[in-house]
Design a protein around this ligand. Structure first.
Ligand code: ZN
Length: 482
């Protein structure tokens, strides 16, 4: 071989070796890996996002050649070794990374009824309940502590606190706001809410006081409406009105009844339509007299007025019959016992109010017609001085019309015959007035029962007309003697 040829072969060999070296150098270079060894924190019970190692090979990201071959269980706290395997071309590697499953989340407290409660101050606050649930420990409701923090007289804060086994604390608060939804209380300075004055008497407004549980004394804020004209008979209403800071309004009324002289205790036995006869029967109903009496009245087509006493259920049909046959039902009283009923104004009002309610329950009629047992002129009440003066005003003030009589049959006294009753009634009738005839349909009173047809006939023959008492009938009243 020539020397020149040998040099050429050596050069070619050298070039080949260089190329081989360069190629080998290129391919044998390890991929570059970037990852942290950890520990990487993962919240318990969450889906883990593995921090896949980043692998670069000659500037190319080949991380997607990495797969997890040993993962973690995020449902349990603790340290885990995660293993990755990387495989690319002829490269194969495993990497280990430390993970820690931790609980950094506090329990969740749920307040039944929400975090703001508004309620009346009159209502006692009762804890509406709550639940506490932890992502790791589960139900921690029993571990919740509740602390009451007063803010002011109308507000409290309740603080609910709960710590899980990893020491995470949750605090929530509930505000309980008390509201004033109760109106103030107005108290009249006069003894009663009904005042009775006689025409021309002076009215002095004593005013009222008002107190509110929350705002205290509101008397100065009371607004008064209404006027009383004592020169004109009638009912006048004075209204006291006050509103508390929370907008609750209270109102109280004082009724001032200015009595005309006609309805005052001077008595009026000449009222009403001339030539009218009002037959009135007291102290019933009775099983022996009342049904027969009703029969006679029906035959004669006369409407009368029954001032009744308390009755048991066996007599209810009679009370209904009185109403159904067109007569006036009226109140004598629950009891006729003078000592009881004239003991006080309260006792008397109870005596007629309970009867009014009973009659209403039986008949559906709400009657305000009444007659005082013994009449308004009675002296049997003298054990309680002045009671009749007070009661005659009071019942009228309460809306009742009371009737005495100007013709007495005497059938509750000495008269015990049909003739006697007839005589007493017919001789007392007067043409120039309304005649209110006092009779009784109590048990055993046959003389009135027997006389009634003749009295009606007498009245008709002598030009009288028979009427029943109604609320538009002018009151016929005695002179009050007590
Ligand atoms: Zn009586």
């Amino acid at each position: 071989m020539k020397r020149k040829e040998i040099v050429l072969i050596v050069v070619i060999l050298l070039v080949f070796l260089v190329i081989l070296g360069v190629v080998a150098f290129y391919f044998l270079q390890k991929p570059k890996v970037v990852f942290s060894e950890g520990p990487v924190s993962v919240e318990v019970n969450t889906e883990v996002q593995y921090e896949i190692p980043k692998v670069m090979y000659h500037g190319k990201d080949i991380s997607n050649s990495v797969r997890v071959i040993k993962g973690i269980d995020t449902s349990k706290l603790g340290l885990y070794e995660v293993q990755y395997e990387f495989q690319y071309l002829f490269w194969k590697e495993t990497y280990t990374q430390t993970y820690e499953v931790v609980d950094t989340t506090g329990p969740q407290i749920v307040l039944n009824g929400g975090d703001f409660i508004k309620q009346s101050y009159t209502v006692t606050y009762e804890e509406p309940g709550f639940t506490a649930t932890d992502n790791y420990d589960g139900d921690l409701t029993s571990k919740v502590t509740v602390q009451k923090i007063p803010v002011n007289t109308m507000q409290d804060t309740y603080r609910y606190s709960c710590i899980d086994t990893s020491g995470n604390q949750t605090i929530v608060e509930r505000t309980v706001q008390r509201i004033d939804d109760v109106p103030p209380v107005i108290t009249l300075n006069s003894e009663s809410d009904i005042i009775m004055l006689r025409q021309g008497e002076k009215f002095e407004d004593k005013g009222a006081t008002a107190t509110d549980e929350i705002d205290g004394d509101l008397s100065k804020q009371i607004q008064t409406r209404g006027e009383v004209d004592t020169s004109t008979p009638g009912d006048y209403v004075i209204t006291y009105r006050v509103t508390d800071k929370s907008g609750n309004t209270a109102e109280k009324s004082l009724t001032v009844t200015v009595l005309s002289r006609q309805t005052s205790d001077t008595g009026n036995t000449n009222a009403g339509t001339s030539g009218t006869i009002y037959l009135t029967f007291d102290d019933g109903p009775s099983k022996d007299i009342t049904p027969k009496l009703l029969d006679v009245l029906q035959q004669k087509n006369v409407k009368a007025t029954f001032f009744i006493l308390n009755y048991d259920t066996s007599k209810e049909y009679l009370v209904k019959r009185i109403v159904n046959e067109g007569h006036s039902i009226a109140i004598h009283g629950y009891s006729h016992d003078y000592q009881k009923i004239y003991a006080s104004e309260e006792a008397y009002m109870e005596n007629i109010e309970s009867m009014r309610q009973k009659i209403y329950a039986t008949t559906g009629i709400n009657t305000y017609l009444t007659r005082f047992p013994g009449g308004s002129s009675n002296e049997v009440s003298s054990f309680n001085p002045g009671i009749m003066t007070r009661l005659t005003r009071l019942v009228v003030g309460k809306g009742y019309h009371y009737f005495d009589w100007n013709v007495s049959s005497g059938d509750a006294g000495d008269t015990t015959s049909k003739e006697g009753v007839f005589q007493n009634v017919t001789t007392a009738l007067r043409k120039n007035r309304a005649n209110v005839v006092l009779m009784h349909d109590k048990a055993g009173n046959t003389y009135t029962l027997d006389a009634i047809a003749d009295i009606i006939d007498y009245g008709r023959q002598n030009g009288y007309s028979f009427e029943k008492i109604t609320m538009s009938t002018p009151m016929v009243t005695h002179h009050v003697a007590n």
